[in-house]
Design a protein around this ligand. Structure first.
Ligand SMILES: Nc1ncnc2c1ncn2[C@@H]1O[C@H](COP(=O)(O)OP(=O)(O)OP(=O)(O)O)[C@@H](O)[C@H]1O
Ligand SMILES: [Mg+2]
Length: 361
């Protein structure tokens, strides 16, 4: 895939404060790329530089092979959709969508045709004559999207596009956003601080912390193969243990993990014997059993249990005092007696060597 957007060593300082530090990444045409990170990590600042509202302090941005330095926002084939969609309350849905085209040199019929296409794209044709207060939050979000896409940008920047929606509607709208993106082929860069949203929407994700990109990868890469402790704990939940590499044999590592009851075997082998490392275990990779299983296993007591219907989350205290989170799918229908384990039960926790994440300490 051609590199459509290239960001090379971009930094942005506000006075002495560096909001974005040395970001290098590229995005392919037609990709949905997410910037994911906590509040204040520089996501909006990076988007604003792509849109041309801010100039980088250093570094360069290329869009479709063209250097964006000094190119004003209105001359870039980029549109930024802000978090507050800023629909005009006194205008109809149709007029709001058409408003985006007011600076374009289109005939009246061309403009009407484009608006019609956009209404159809976001499935709001029946609502064309309504005002924003007469439609739902999810529909308002789609009006804003249609208005942004009406101008046919090559790159659409979406800053927390779904933040105003409640959880159910947000999940539904995520799929709509993906289907609209697929139909238009426009490259999307989506800012979010919601990791599940980033995982659902994106082809690739850049995880940011304090202005820096920590890791870029597909949702699976980021989740299953985090490169450091920040990414591991930012994406999903995880229990970490201090460990030391005892031996390395082919693809296997033998680790000493005092808090996990002794020694365990894992698959990641990029550390030499003697290295201090972190063993990180995700809740769904841990298996809870009443009987002692073979392999990596430790005994503990169920301290807490949260039942969510489809699954349950257990908090298990090990002999070392460590608290581990483990997740179990409730495959059988029934009451408490059907659960894998109950409060205060003695259980075994085990995991497959390939399921563990080993990171630098
Ligand atoms: N114009 C400015 N002047 C000074 N500091 C700024 C300016 N704009 C942003 N910052 C600072 O830069 C940092 C990054 O801000 P930014 O808005 O990019 O964060 P963000 O990742 O979008 O956060 P959020 O998720 O809360 O929207 C913050 O610490 C912010 O206070
Ligand atoms: Mg922001």
């Amino acid at each position: 895939m051609a590199e459509f957007l290239q960001i090379e060593g971009v930094s942005k300082s506000f006075g002495p404060f560096q909001a974005v530090r040395d970001v290098t990444l590229s995005v392919a045409q037609g990709e949905i790329f997410s910037l994911l990170g906590g509040s204040g990590c520089g996501k909006t600042t990076l988007l604003r530089m792509l849109a041309g509202f801010e100039e980088p302090t250093s570094g360069r941005i290329f869009l479709d092979g063209r250097d964006m330095a000094g190119v004003p926002p209105w001359s870039r084939p980029v549109h930024m959709m802000f978090q507050s969609y800023a629909l005009f309350p006194h205008m109809t849905v149709e007029a709001n969508i058409g408003y985006g085209l007011k600076h374009e040199t289109l005939s009246k019929t061309q403009r009407a045709e484009r608006v019609r296409e956009m209404l159809d794209l976001v499935q709001l044709t029946p609502f064309a004559a309504r005002k924003p207060h007469q439609i739902s939050g999810g529909q308002r979000q789609r009006v804003a999207l249609a208005r942004a896409l009406a101008r046919q940008p090559k790159l659409l920047l979406l800053d927390e596009p779904l933040a105003a929606l409640d959880k159910k509607l947000r999940e539904h709208t995520q799929f709509e956003l993906m289907s609209i993106q697929a139909r238009t082929g426009v490259t999307f860069i989506v800012v979010t601080h919601d990791q599940e949203e980033a995982m659902t929407l994106s082809d690739r994700i850049a995880v940011m912390d304090r202005g820096q990109v920590q890791q870029i990868g597909s949702p699976t890469e980021i989740y299953e193969y985090p490169v450091n402790r920040f990414v591991a704990s930012f994406i999903g939940s995880i229990t970490s243990f201090e460990a030391e590499v005892m031996a390395r044999d082919g693809g296997a590592l033998r680790l000493k993990v005092p808090a996990f009851g002794g020694e365990v075997t894992t698959k990641d082998a990029n550390f030499a014997p003697g290295s201090k490392v972190t063993l990180a275990l995700r809740p769904e990779k841990l298996v809870i059993t009443k009987e002692r299983p073979s392999g990596n296993a430790v005994q503990g007591v169920v301290k807490d249990l949260a039942y969510f219907g489809k699954d349950s989350l257990y908090r298990i205290t090990l002999a070392s005092g460590a608290l581990v989170q483990a997740h179990a799918v409730n495959q059988h229908r029934g009451t408490e007696t059907q659960r894998v384990a109950d409060w205060d039960d003695q259980v075994w926790l085990s995991f497959d060597p390939a399921a563990a994440i080993v990171l630098g300490a």
